[in-house]
Design a protein around this ligand. Structure first.
Ligand SMILES: Cc1ncc(COP(=O)(O)O)c(C=O)c1O
Length: 397
């Protein structure tokens, strides 16, 4: 039988991230700046092993049953406590839903709130899954131009005038793929536009706690005076991505609808992994664990930038993140970025073409995403020397 798939289910464009992975796989000495995984050395392996041991040997039948739809009660309480007491988020009319990473929320939110033809505003280059999740429900992922401070309010307002907008998707801290953090004044301006055009804000913040420089900026959710912000967070980058535990926090009526959608699509979260995270939060110093992650990423990020400064072209711009996992490299307009990419692969370094992150209406662009988390310091030095020298060959000194 020939399946006829609806347009919304057919992926649009090539998969540049998988491309890097496949091209590098099995090549000895290949250095990949393409993988967006957390570093292995920051995962608290022994503590997670001890937590699993404890959990499977204490009341095993409890965790081997279905859990509550909204997630494990204790982990929900610990998560909420941190959101309210450490991150100063409002409590009135709010609800928390534990989810399979923050990633699950990317699918649940548009599936719950969008009708076909709705528009969702997002940074011109943003997290691929967020773009695809919006497209997959027949809504339009509209790319809004950005500058060094993130989404440009005037450009957002221009798009919002269509009257078709449903929400604004933002990664305000250490954006994936650009590494940019939106300053406070910009956040306030975006919030005002959300108010004026009655849009809600989907604040995706899986990297928010991985800050290794600059000043903390209040989240949209902290400043959410009229309850229009859905905030997604995750334990993937601070504890372990494989446990798949994240959460969504926001207006009760929206979270309730999302919970029903989750129930219908996926059922409950596994209790085992939630209890592991909960056990860890109780038995380790979580802030100290976050500091460990920050320290490792700070060093890797600085080595990446310093090596580029030593070998790279002055015509090429690199963002200088103050946290998170990514640097965004921009080449001059005249450079053939496909040829540049091919040559990088030929010299055994993987980087991701900006087309991977382009929302609707956005050109594939003259940029590349570089992730510094997984490779060793030595590989970052080697790989960035190669990339740096390549930029001189393609762009001049
Ligand atoms: C912006 C953004 N949102 C969400 C996620 C999903 O994270 P997780 O599902 O592991 O919490 C990622 C992961 O790379 C991300 O970069």
């Amino acid at each position: 039988m020939a399946f006829v798939l609806p347009e919304r289910s057919i992926s649009k464009g090539p998969n540049f991230i998988r491309d890097v992975f496949e091209r590098g796989a099995g090549i000895p000495g290949f250095i990949s700046f393409g993988i967006g995984n957390p570093a292995g050395e920051v995962v608290p392996v022994a503590e997670i092993q001890a937590a699993f041991d404890y959990i499977v040997h204490t009341n095993p039948l409890e965790i081997l049953q279905y859990g509550p739809m909204q997630g494990d009660a204790k982990l929900a309480e610990q998560t909420l406590h941190r959101l309210v007491h450490v991150h100063h988020m409002p409590t009135q009319n709010q609800q928390l839903l534990l989810s399979i990473g923050a990633g699950q929320d990317l699918g649940l939110v548009p599936r719950t709130v969008c009708d076909a033809g709705d528009e969702v505003y997002m940074d011109a280059y943003t997290f691929t899954s967020a773009i695809n999740a919006v497209r997959s429900v027949g809504a339009k992922a509209v790319g809004i131009p950005t500058d060094g401070d993130g989404m440009i309010p005037e450009a957002l307002e221009k798009a919002a005038k269509s009257g078709k907008g449903k929400y604004i998707y933002l990664i305000p801290n250490f954006q994936n793929p650009t590494g940019i953090t939106m300053p406070l004044e910009r956040r306030k301006a975006i919030y005002e536009i959300a108010k004026a055009y009655d849009l809600f804000i989907y604040e995706d913040d899986p990297y928010g706690e991985i800050r290794f420089g600059g000043e903390r900026v209040p989240t949209f959710k902290e400043m959410d005076t009229d309850n229009r912000v859905l905030y997604a967070g995750s334990y993937s980058k601070t504890i372990s991505a494989g446990l798949r535990v994240g959460f969504l926090y926001g207006p009760s009526e929206v979270i309730q609808a999302i919970q029903v959608m989750k129930n219908n699509c996926d059922g409950q979260m596994p209790l085992v992994t939630q209890r592991v995270v909960s056990h860890l939060l109780e038995h380790i110093d979580y802030d100290e664990q976050i500091q460990k992650v920050c320290k490792v990423y700070q060093e890797k990020c600085h080595v990446m930038l310093d090596t580029f400064r030593q070998y790279g072209s002055s015509k090429v711009h690199l963002t200088e993140p103050t946290g998170g996992m990514f640097i965004w490299m921009t080449l001059p307009d005249h450079v053939d970025c496909d040829a540049f990419f091919e040559e990088a692969i030929a010299r055994k370094v993987g980087i991701v073409k900006s087309g991977a992150f382009a929302a609707d209406g956005v050109p594939y662009g003259q940029h590349f995403r570089l992730s510094y988390t997984v490779p060793s310091l030595e590989d970052i030095r080697k790989g960035m020397q190669i990339i740096g020298e390549l930029t001189r060959e393609y762009c001049g000194d």
